[in-house]
Ligand binder design. Structure first.
Ligand code: FAD
Ligand code: SF4
Length: 338
């Protein structure tokens, strides 16, 4: 690992100020916040990330960043809540099953104890060529260098949202659940707080795959909010190479609102298939106002994957993605809601 400065402020405003001042004072400085460090330290050891300063945010004592709370119909989750704490919260288990199911199927219990939800949504791709610096070609790591995955080992790569510059999959499980809940993200920057749809946080790779989010440098994620009250008819289905401690080959987060068998509303987030946490707008449109059956769910999945683009080793993801979405929808339909 390379040498770096380590700062541990105790309030959010100081963290933002330190991150900004450090970057301003040294034109070449790269500053990274550290939550649990399970992505950041990992990638520093691999020399993929090389921050000159780390701002450890776990000592921040702003209570709202550590708390899960409800105001009216809004659920608010502080960004320093650990994956394990949210996964274990009984009222969230009952009212938002997809939020907790997507967490307990991710990583390992030890990692979930360490990792915070702010860092979770900003985890980096698992693309082999990104994580191994002995490969020269990776536009995400070294802009303009090419993409070794296009004609390389691309079994785990994206079939939705990819570009000719990058086909890396967004690997996380929790973010697709936030997408399916129309969640918002709250951030603190130099000019104060702002809040925007979570679906706008991650950027498609396009020609600039190294720019992964819409965050302004130095902005700190402080919370996630979910509007509209409980979503008890919701779940997360994850398909992977082995039943635990593996990233998704395909996953679907579904929040379903039924009037009898007819879909009043539905929101679907996909994981393991796309370059960003993917909102399945086409499938949702195909389902609203229709009776939910295996056939209508299949048609919706066809509509969503009509625009899929495959490479040599990831063709299987189209069939797997459709089947995962259909299974998630039918399982959500048959949930018994208390
Ligand atoms: C072996 C292994 C297996 C895993 N398996 C899975 C899996 O199956 N599913 C899954 O979803 N995940 C999996 N993960 C990823 C894991 O969930 C993430 O590493 C973790 O959630 C990141 O959280 P953290 O607090 O440790 O982030 P950190 O490593 O601290 O930070 C990650 C990034 O986010 C930035 N950051 C952190 N907090 C903030 C904030 N509040 N505001 C702005 N920027 C911030 C940091 O600067 C850094 O760039 C796995 C990880 C490992 C190591
Ligand atoms: S897919 Fe993206 S992350 Fe992987 S090698 Fe290509 S540019 Fe790099």
């Amino acid at each position: 690992m390379r040498p770096f400065a380590y700062l541990a402020p105790t309030d959010a405003a100081s963290a933002v100020a330190l991150a900004s001042v450090t970057a301003d004072a040294h034109a070449t400085a790269t500053v990274q916040y550290k939550g649990g460090g399970t992505t950041l330290i990992d990638l520093m050891k691999l020399d993929v990330m090389q921050p000159s300063t780390i701002v450890d945010i776990t000592a921040i004592d702003d209570e709202a960043m550590h708390r899960i709370s409800r105001t009216g119909t809004e659920l608010r989750i502080g960004s320093l809540v650990s994956m394990a704490s949210l996964q274990a919260d009984r009222s969230v288990v009952r009212d938002y099953p997809l939020l907790t199911e997507s967490l307990w199927q991710a990583a390992s219990q030890q990692l979930r104890n360490m990792a915070r939800l702010g860092g979770n949504v900003l985890q980096r791709t698992r693309c082999l060529y990104f994580r191994d610096t002995s490969y020269d070609q990776c536009n995400k790591r070294t802009p303009g260098s090419g993409c070794a995955a296009l004609d390389g080992a691309n079994r785990g790569h994206a079939v939705l949202g990819a570009s000719e510059q990058c086909i890396a999959v967004y690997p996380g499980d929790w973010a697709p659940a936030l997408v399916a809940l129309d969640a918002r993200v709250e951030v603190l920057g130099r000019s104060g707080y702002r809040s925007f749809p979570f679906a706008d946080l991650h950027r498609l790779p396009g020609k600039t795959p190294h720019v992964e989010t819409s965050l302004v440098p130095g902005e700190l994620i402080t919370a996630f909010t979910v509007p509209g009250g409980p979503r008890r008819r919701s779940l997360y289905r994850k398909i992977r190479d082995r039943e635990s401690y593996a990233f998704a080959n395909a996953s679907a987060a579904v929040a379903l609102d039924l009037d009898g068998d007819v879909v009043r509303d539905v929101r679907i987030g996909l994981g393991g298939l796309a370059t960003i946490p993917w909102r399945a707008h086409r499938a949702e449109k195909a389902l609203r106002g229709r009776k939910l059956t295996e056939s209508s769910a299949g048609n919706a999945a066809e509509a969503e994957f009509a625009g899929a683009r495959t490479r040599k080793h990831n063709e299987y993801k189209v069939a797997l993605g459709k089947a995962t979405m259909v299974r998630a929808l039918l399982d959500a339909q048959s949930m018994e809601i208390a």
